[in-house]
Design a protein around this ligand. Sequence first.
Ligand code: SER
Length: 319
Amino acid sequence: MTSQQIRAQFLDFFKGKNHKIVPSAPMVIKDDPTLMFTNAGMNQFKEFFLGNTQSKAKRIADTQKCLRVSGKHNDLEEVGKDTYHHTMFEMLGNWSFGDYFKKEAIAWAWELLTEVYKMDKESLYVSVFEGSDDADNLEMDKEAYDLWNAIVPKDRIIMGDKKDNFWEMGDQGPCGPCSEIHVDLRSDEEKAKIPGASLVNQDHPEVVEIWNLVFIQYNRKADGSLENLPEKHVDTGMGFERLCMALQGVKSNYDTDIFKPLIREIEVITGQKYGQDEKTDVAIRVVADHVSAVSFSIDDGKLHSNTGAGYVIRRILRR
Ligand code: SER
């Protein structure tokens, strides 16, 4: 299946569940002082989550251009060294604004992955928030656990702490517990040797998170405290490049049809071959990623410069 078909199937699936399909917001943010770049699909809907404005559509789905190069979500140092992080990437997402909540979000995610994309159920792991006994004093997400437990065997449900299973947009803003879906792309032989459950969130290049289902119910305020939002919302984000890697049967995002044409062009321009020397491969991956990030940033109206967002673009360009 091509990446274009994979993207279209995602949007069609949620259209079939009464979601309005909207365009990606620009990657460069102009009206939110807490954020320089769109770091997640939910950014453009922040005011809906906070209850400051109402969305006409209670259910929305889209594919969002994201850039994770500064602030709370920054993957710059990982890019190229591994095969599944990017500065710029596409995030497929579905949202509920005070409409459906955990039950539907979990059931539909599972339906799409296993019935539409026909992913092997045995290769999927899910995680649930275990709670925290720090100042936030948050409860374990028992509701999500019970919902997953009805679909997935216990040994494929992993409990996670705040770092992995409580999603926050930045130092302030909408947030809540989340459930991630991870896929194990290793061979049967490797799976028999080491159980996939022990490799979830352990930086294994073939056991990766593909989808994050966030159950937004709090606002993190400037003083660090959490306040309950007037309504409960769903914010999901699936890494498009990683999903394509899983569905196209390859072991690296850079081996999907999203990146292959870019890599080929870099080979032509540099006279280097991809896949023969690890140091060269890292460099080629960095160039492929950064060329996309810089091109799309400029297309979204942000040129490289000496200050603010423009300086971040300049740093990526220099790298
Ligand atoms: N906001 C969540 C994330 O970025 C899910 O969309 O992972």
